[in-house]
Ligand binder design. Structure first.
Ligand code: BGC
Length: 786
């Protein structure tokens, strides 16, 4: 009885702080106007000092045996047993024995309730478990892949997508998501670029904050919010040769300036947990790297949550060559890892290591405390069934409201890369031929890491077009080609229930059929690109082109002499030279999520004017990789990116410039940028510079433009990038309308980590650059002294 009253009191404390926070919440500004919402400081929000929590956990830990403590550090994958079988499964037995702290890969509130019941009714101390999942871009309602979401450059929408994901996942029993993935990457060969926000540390940091806030809301104690886990800490996006799980080797300056800030942004936003990455950092796997997990994460950044390994991350340290499982488990714990995903290195060896004096009781206690704190903050000690309301999924998951938002976000994420002769938007009349392996393939619409999606129910392009256009437009369809000529290669990307519907007829026959169908049409919509599992984990590619089978189809279609709109599906930047030549228009839709077909139709037929911008550079050749906009000048820079000059830093065979630069994306309308006007060109100390342009919609459609601010530090104590993104605003303009767009710039935007790893700025000249993509910018020069 006493404990009950105690728990009730704790609960009340939580609730009162929640409502106080709710009333403090600022109203977010209009979507079209400002892309960066002001978020409350996360760390203060989620990691408040809580003496009641401390006392509760101290008391609980005093009752725990060593085995029970080590059990809390264990995170198995469920194997997804059926309701009612929990007790009899191996996991069920372990839960009963107190050997499990949490579970993941389990879907369905009834199953989760079932296993939670074992934990809180059968285990000795009745400690509730946490339930995790890769809710990466939506739950059953899926949003575009993260690289697509990033293309919207709209932080309010991205935050909203995470909020809806949290609402659906929590309704179905999940309280912890392994998201956001914030690995900056400059290498499109790496398949996991699909899961992140691209190449830029500033954009990536804004998105990291928006997502953490979307998932965690104003309190972890709310039943609609879940704990976020930022991953993969750290530097995973810089794996050599773009090959997954490969070595990372990077100097500290690059780490601090270009790769670490996105993780730090998530920590500053108050992320509840961090996932260690598979790769090594400075010769020590991240999972065993004390400098990373404790010195930087906790001592420098003040992280207060817990750290989980990636899938068998501890066991893999053995392969990295640091010793046997007992040794590497001890290394991981000492480094600052708190929870062991799947591998059971902690479960099976920590006791022995403690007895042998290789780790201390304090090392174990610290990890246990951090995990219990997370459970406490989630409100699980007050109500272990808080996320187990069997009625919630019926109305809160995959409902019409969430799906409409997903449709709208998907249409905001597409990037128009070419539009010759204004072939788009399409006329709402005549016959349209939809041709290609992605033309009518629902399972491939949600994209990689969509574990909870209803793949078969996702809206294919053909279905979306037909349903949105009704009788106005006649649609004809043919597949035209397989994803790949090579069946074995194709099968590698037809996993996780993502059917490729391979057509086994001879190639000539498949193409002939498509040409017959396309002949009847006024315009051809070629739905080509990657199958969704051609990007994602362990989907590195050495050749990042559209597969040959689809290129050949496109060449044949071109011979019909009809306008061709390439609707490009991809999880990474591709090399598109040939496609750029052949297609009249290119609409890059990434993988748009469960509402794909509707969203693409909205854009193709002009209901939505595209406004997405690329978060990653598209190269001309894989030989240019890594290719990114914020490079540094060599001692022999080329004068003209597109011209060869001997003894300059260039290639013999191709220009240095990309095919499509970072920040690029067209609209159905056109925008004009005025020159930059400055509040002053000489500044001192902590002043604020106002830099403005007048943006005018000079075309025929209302539309939105992402106005981008870049800064170049012309002279530094270390070499500095030729430009760096420092701000952006998404501006909506009616036809003929003009608006003044102003950026407030303070010395904060001039800061970087110098040779002493001190974060500071230096007096001198700077270029302020504003425009619609990283290659097309107006420039003004200023001088700023301390
Ligand atoms: C991935 C993580 C993921 C984890 C759990 C790993 O293979 O690298 O991103 O969160 O599995 O599913």
């Amino acid at each position: 009885m006493k404990t009950r009253i105690y728990l009730l009191a704790i609960c009340c404390l939580f609730l009162s702080s929640v409502s106080a926070q709710k009333s403090n919440k600022k109203k977010s500004k209009a979507v079209a106007e400002v892309a960066t919402p002001v978020l409350p400081s996360g760390k203060a929000l989620y990691f408040k000092n809580d003496p009641a929590m401390d006392r509760f956990i101290t008391d609980l830990m005093a009752k725990m045996t060593l085995d029970e403590k080590i059990g809390q550090l264990n995170l198995p994958s469920s194997g997804d047993f059926v309701t009612g079988e929990a007790k009899n499964s191996d996991i069920g037995k372990k839960v009963e024995e107190g050997k499990v702290g949490g579970l993941f890969n389990i879907k369905g509130v009834a199953k989760i309730r079932d296993i939670q019941k074992v934990a809180v009714e059968k285990s000795r101390l009745k400690i509730p478990m946490i339930f995790g999942m890769d809710v990466v871009h939506g739950y059953e309602t899926t949003f575009p892949i993260p690289l697509g979401l990033a293309s919207s450059w709209d932080m309010n929408l991205i935050e909203q997508s995470a909020k809806i994901a949290a609402q659906e996942a929590t309704a179905d029993g999940i309280c912890w998501t392994f998201s956001p993935m914030v690995d900056v990457s400059r290498d499109p060969r790496w398949g996991r670029v699909a899961e992140g926000s691209g190449e830029d540390v500033y954009l990536g940091s804004q998105i990291a904050k928006a997502m953490v806030h979307g998932y965690q809301g104003n309190s972890l104690a709310d039943k609609n919010t879940m704990m976020s886990c930022v991953k993969h800490y750290a530097l995973y996006g810089a794996v050599e040769a773009g090959r997954d799980y490969n070595t990372v080797d990077m100097g500290r300056l690059r780490m601090y300036n270009d790769y670490l800030p996105t993780y730090k942004a998530a920590v500053d936003a108050g992320v509840g947990s961090v996932m260690a990455s598979f790769n090594e950092v400075d010769g020590i796997p991240a999972t065993a790297n004390r400098w990373l997990q404790t010195e930087v994460l906790r001592n420098q950044w003040g992280f207060g949550g817990f750290v989980v390994t990636d899938f068998t991350g501890i066991n893999e340290i053995v392969n990295h060559g640091l010793g046997d499982l007992q040794h590497v488990s001890a290394l991981a714990l000492k480094a600052g890892i708190d929870m062991d995903m799947v591998g059971e290195g902690f479960l099976t060896t920590l006791k022995k290591s403690l007895n042998e004096g290789k780790i201390t009781q304090a090392d174990i206690d610290q990890a246990v405390r951090r995990i219990l704190e997370a459970k406490y903050r989630l409100g699980l000690f007050s109500d272990p069934y808080k996320y187990c309301d069997l009625n919630r999924p019926k109305t809160e998951v995959y409902n019409q409201q969430n799906r409409s938002v997903a449709r709208s976000i998907a249409s905001q994420s597409v990037v128009l890369m070419k539009n010759a002769n204004e072939v788009l938007p399409l006329k709402q009349t005549g016959t349209v031929a939809v041709i290609g392996p992605l033309g009518d393939n629902p399972e491939n619409m949600p994209g990689t890491w969509s574990v909870a999606a209803r793949h078969k129910e996702a809206i294919s392009l053909l279905k979306g077009l037909k349903e949105t256009m009704g009788d106005k437009v006649n649609f004809v369809y043919a597949k035209g080609s397989n994803f790949e000529y090579d069946a074995e290669l194709e099968s590698r990307s037809a996993m996780f229930g993502k059917n490729s519907y391979r057509d086994t007829r001879p190639v000539a026959e498949i193409i002939k059929e498509a040409l017959e169908v396309a002949k009847k049409a006024d315009v051809i919509v070629a739905a080509l690109g990657e199958a969704s599992e051609m990007s994602g984990e362990c989907s590195s590619r050495s050749d990042i082109s559209v597969p040959q089978s689809q290129k050949d189809l496109l060449v044949e279609l071109k011979k019909l002499g009809k306008p061709i709109v390439l609707v490009l599906f991809t999880g990474r930047p591709l090399v598109l030279n040939q496609e750029k030549e052949i297609a009249d228009a290119i609409l890059n839709v990434w993988f748009p999520g469960s509402e794909a077909g509707y969203a693409i139709s909205d854009v193709l037929f002009g209901k939505v004017n595209p406004s997405g911008k690329l978060p990653m550079t598209f190269p001309r050749s894989v030989g240019q990789v890594p290719l990114y906009y914020n490079y540094k000048s060599t001692g022999r820079p080329e004068k003209d990116e597109d011209k060869f000059e001997k003894f300059k830093s260039v290639y013999l065979d191709i220009p240095n410039s990309p095919l499509y630069p970072f920040g690029y994306g067209l609209s159905y309308t056109t925008f004009n940028y005025s020159d930059i006007s400055l509040s002053s060109s000489k500044l001192q100390g902590n002043q604020t510079l106002k830099a403005s342009v007048t943006l005018t919609n000079t075309g025929k459609y209302d539309g939105a433009e992402v106005v981008q601010l870049y800064i170049r530090d012309l002279v530094g104590s270390i070499t500095r990038p030729i430009k760096e993104l420092k701000g952006f605003q998404k501006i909506m303009l009616k036809v003929g309308e003009s608006k003044t767009v102003t950026f407030d710039i303070t010395p904060e935007s001039l800061k970087f980590y110098n040779s002493d790893l001190k974060y500071d700025w230096e007096s001198g000249d700077f270029e302020i650059k504003i425009g619609g993509n990283s290659n097309d910018l107006k420039t003004a020069t200023i001088n700023w002294t301390k």
